[in-house]
Design a protein around this ligand. Structure first.
Ligand code: C2E
Ligand code: MG
Ligand code: MG
Ligand code: MG
Length: 288
């Protein structure tokens, strides 16, 4: 613990540190208080069209503004929230907030608004009996058409038939379903037959070295071929360099997200970016 205290005894945040705090039985109460105290907030990362850099959607990503520890990333508290079940109220907050924000952008930006917001949902949420009703209520209360919402689930989150049934009900209401971190879990392919998936998000572990590691390129190629055969959208995650983007476009990927285009943004910065008529990456359009 000493090394987590800076000179002068100030508490210094170390990534991963909260995972250890979380192990403490007290975290449940802390996170619940955090929701009530308004310490959780969302940032939105643009999802862009790879041919012209235009923002087509955003992914909502939760952060915890902790009074002493500063901003804590979700990787440090979502796993614990899943274990304690707190991810259910947390996820309800995220869903309501993201739908309200997407509706606000549509009112403020009109045609320049991103066309959808994509919200991460944990397995523990999918099996909650109130989940479908909560999502539909969030949409209705925000006055947002369900076509403007995508739900992101990982392959491991879709644990049983109840989870698939919940996704099917939402899909029947025109919500779209993306498989997040695609390719990193074991059960991916069977899910494409049983789950009403509309998009695959290629995990960034297949993008990081795509220009130099032949096996990454081979996996990315296999995924896009399969997605095209199944008529699914594809989003490549974690694009950090132009050569990666060029390779992904060449392979047929149409959408992507990553630091090359933008980090996750506050809502007002996302609005500002959407208002700008010429996207920063317009010059990168592929010329055949
Ligand atoms: P994810 O859903 O795969 O989200 C993408 C993560 O990659 C985000 O991290 C994002 O900031 C990061 N990222 C984006 N572009 C790049 C890039 O170019 N390079 C690198 N290295 N990273 C990039 P973040 O925000 O820390 O979120 C981590 C994970 O936490 C998410 O992974 C998701 O699984 C989970 N998460 C975030 N928000 C929520 C939420 O509201 N509910 C639930 N259940 N899980 C959430
Ligand atoms: Mg995601
Ligand atoms: Mg992801
Ligand atoms: Mg990922």
């Amino acid at each position: 613990a000493a090394k987590e205290r800076g000179k002068g005894g100030h508490f210094v945040y170390v990534p991963g540190m909260t995972t250890r705090i979380v192990a403490h039985a007290e975290l449940g109460a802390r996170l619940r208080d955090a929701i009530d105290a308004g310490q959780l907030y969302l940032q939105y990362q643009p999802i862009v069209r790879l041919d012209d850099g235009r923002t087509v959607g955003t992914e909502a990503l939760v952060r915890w503004r902790h009074p002493e520890l500063g901003t804590i990333p979700p990787g440090d508290f979502i796993p614990a929230a899943e274990q304690t079940g707190l991810v259910v109220p947390l996820g309800r907050f995220v869903m309501r907030e993201a739908c309200a924000q997407q509706a606000r952008w549509r009112r403020e930006l009109g045609a320049a608004a991103p066309s959808y917001v994509s919200v991460n949902v944990a397995g523990r949420q999918l099996t909650d009996p109130d989940f479908v009703g909560d999502v539909l209520a969030a949409l209705a209360d925000a006055d947002l058409d369900p076509i403007h919402l995508t739900i992101e689930v990982t392959e491991t989150a879709v644990v049983d038939e109840a989870a698939i049934a919940a996704l099917q009900q939402l899909r029947d209401s025109s919500v779209r379903i993306a498989l997040d971190d695609f390719g990193t879990a074991a059960s991916s392919l069977g899910l494409l037959l049983t789950c009403p998936v509309t998009a695959l998000k290629l995990d960034r572990s297949f993008v990081s070295e795509i220009t130099t590691v032949a096996r990454q390129e081979a996996v990315a190629t296999a995924v896009i071929r399969m997605a095209q055969a199944l008529d699914l959208d594809t989003v490549a995650e974690g694009i950090e360099t132009e050569p990666q983007a060029r390779m992904l476009r060449h392979l047929g990927y149409r959408y992507g997200q990553g630091y090359l285009y933008s980090k996750p943004l506050a809502p007002e910065d996302l609005a500002e970016r959407s208002r700008t008529p010429a996207p920063a990456f317009a010059g990168l359009a592929v010329r055949h």
